[in-house]
Ligand binder design. Structure first.
Ligand code: AMP
Ligand code: MG
Length: 391
């Protein structure tokens, strides 16, 4: 059976990054840049004042200067400044020609068209120079970066209106199972509410994907195949949950195969998540995630999320950190186990019962601790590797 890393490598090797498109800044939050952003001009573009005060020629304290004009933000002075003169100026306003310093208004007294300057000034004092923030022609945002609030602002300052972003991956989530009822639906005998369609859609959105469809599929070969075929007409990535084990009512693998998907792997030496299946259909990716709600989320995080990031040209890296266990954890003989843990300083504490149907074990979890397979238990204080869960 494949290890977690081997399975993830197979998934990532199958990813072909999606094409780029132009996105207006106002819609670009959380998108991944397909191309660098280069400053179209210096920022600041002109020398401007860091203070409300008076622009003047630098000089000693206790001078009286004649006020010959005003420079406001967005309204530069129309006159140049000469010796013995001052121009009233506000923060961000262009420094008038002839001036080389600004004195803050708090150090001045104004009287009948003149200003008494109490403080001495040195050249450049309270001036913001062109290009201090960005230089024209320099790269200010790198390709592969996810656009956050600061990136949007920097792009606007850099003089661009649209960003080249990788197209969002389109995802279809199919929760298979005759027992599934939509959330809020009345439960008949043996029925349960479908949680995987929600958790997997939410995880996919958080990973930058668009969810084109999410819903339940009955356990018949026909309905599974029809749902999978329909999914491939609109999705870059199809996520099925359930129906990938060896049961008589597990129809996902044959449905994928009949829909033209080529199997890349089935089964990972992992708990929870052993029956995880992965295949490709040209550039389209097909996941068969186990049905147990924790298994579905964990295997999404381990395998599908990196694929969605890589499709967007973002770093799919899943850096591991080391933490100490605050309790002993039993080891599985043949499979590495992903235990949901809370992190506190250098310590990791399991969230509670870890069975794969106990979805509340995901609540408050900060990370997955990878408990390597082996015999016996890992003692209190043992160091383990953890992968942080995304925000
Ligand atoms: P399966 O992988 O189809 O054998 O399902 C394994 C377990 O997960 C069973 O207990 C299912 O009832 C449960 N399960 C499957 N799909 C879902 C779902 N969408 N939401 C909640 N539980 C599910
Ligand atoms: Mg099932």
């Amino acid at each position: 059976m494949l290890s977690i890393d081997e399975a993830r490598d197979i998934v990532l090797a199958a990813v072909r990054p999606l094409p780029a498109e132009s996105v207006p800044l106002a819609q670009a939050l959380d998108r991944v840049l397909a191309a660098p952003v280069v400053a179209a001009h210096d920022v600041p573009r002109f020398v401007n004042s860091a203070m409300d005060g008076f622009a003047l020629q630098a000089g000693p304290a206790d001078r009286t200067l004649r006020i010959v004009g005003e420079s406001r933000a967005g309204h530069p002075a129309t006159v140049a400044l000469g010796p013995g003169e001052a121009i009233r100026i506000s923060t961000g306003a262009q420094v008038p020609r002839g001036a080389d310093a600004v004195v803050m208004v708090e150090r001045t007294t104004e009287r009948e068209g003149t200003v008494r300057v109490e403080a001495g000034t040195t050249p450049d004092q309270n001036l913001r120079h062109a290009g201090e923030d960005m230089r024209a022609g320099t790269t200010v945002l790198q390709a592969g970066l996810r656009v956050g609030p600061a990136e949007l602002g920097v792009a606007a300052n850099a003089g661009v209106a649209t960003l080249r972003c990788v197209r969002r991956p389109r995802v279809v989530v199919l929760a298979t199972g005759d027992e599934l009822v939509v959330p809020g639906g009345v439960l008949g005998p043996g029925q349960i509410h479908d949680s995987n369609a929600l958790t997997l859609s939410a995880l996919a959105r958080r990973a930058g994907a668009e969810v084109a469809h999410a819903g339940e599929v009955p356990d018949t070969p026909q309905s599974t195949e029809a749902a999978v075929r329909a999914a491939f007409t609109m999705a870059d990535v199809v996520l099925c949950s359930g129906g990938v084990s060896v049961g008589e009512h597990d129809h996902v693998k044959p449905a994928y195969l009949r829909a033209g998907v080529e199997e890349r792997f089935w089964r990972v030496a992992l708990r929870p998540g052993k029956p995880t299946w992965f295949g490709t259909r040209g550039p389209q990716l097909a996941f068969g995630l186990p049905g147990n709600p924790v298994s579905a989320m964990v295997t999404f995080l381990l395998f599908a999320r990196p694929a969605l990031l890589a499709l967007q040209g973002a770093d799919p890296g899943t850096p591991r950190e080391r933490r100490r266990l605050t309790v002993a954890v039993p080891r599985h003989e043949a499979r590495d186990e992903c235990v949901r843990v809370r992190l506190d300083g250098d310590e990791a504490t399991p969230t509670g019962p870890q069975a794969s149907h106990v979805l509340t074990s995901m609540l408050g979890a900060d990370a997955l601790a990878i408990i390597p397979r082996g015999t016996g238990e890992l003692a209190v204080g043992s160091t383990v590797e953890v992968e942080r869960l995304p925000a």
